[in-house]
Ligand binder design. Sequence first.
Ligand code: HEC
Length: 172
Amino acid sequence: MTDRAFWKSFSGLIAALVALTVVIFILAQMVGGRPAKPVEATADAKAVAERIKPVGELTVGTAPTEKVASSSNRVMDAIIPSANAAGAEDKGKKIYDASCMACHAAGVAGAPKLGDKANWGPRIAQGADTLHTHAIKGYQGKAGMMPPKGGNMSLKDEDVKAAVDYMVGAAK
Ligand code: HEC
């Protein structure tokens, strides 16, 4: 074999090898070229976000006025401890509007008017228990006759008490 012939076949071999390398490279790109999604990386990012998130978050919206008792938000419970009381007051007002207002709004038949401090003062002085009893069982006073439960016997004692408390609150 002459040198010339050797170099010819040798460079042919090199060219073939280079071509093979390119083919293998392309095949490798097709099969496993794209790296799999870095799953751990995203999980890490979540964990980091969890760790560095602020301890408190501000919630913008209306404060819950009802069913605070069932709220899992201890911060709101601490800020508005009166929310439940407000709920009871609401109940009292509703019952007053439905069953007591007929007489107590205008002072019909001697009923002490809602918010009339002078009239309610001595009555409140009797104590809440007496007022509750008079409202539930009925009461004949100097001014007139307070019918039991305001005449609405379907009311529960608690309802009447709530209405009385509402009326007492309005006269303070
Ligand atoms: C039919 C009219 C009438 C209705 C309805 C009525 N009341 Fe009265 N209420 C009176 C009158 C009259 C008096 C005043 C009695 C008196 O002191 O002479 C009175 C007095 C009261 C008093 C004061 C009792 C006291 O010891 O001084 C309370 C409390 C009261 N009512 C609660 C209620 C509640 C609560 C309701 C509704 C559930 C209600 N009333 C519905 C007529 C009414």
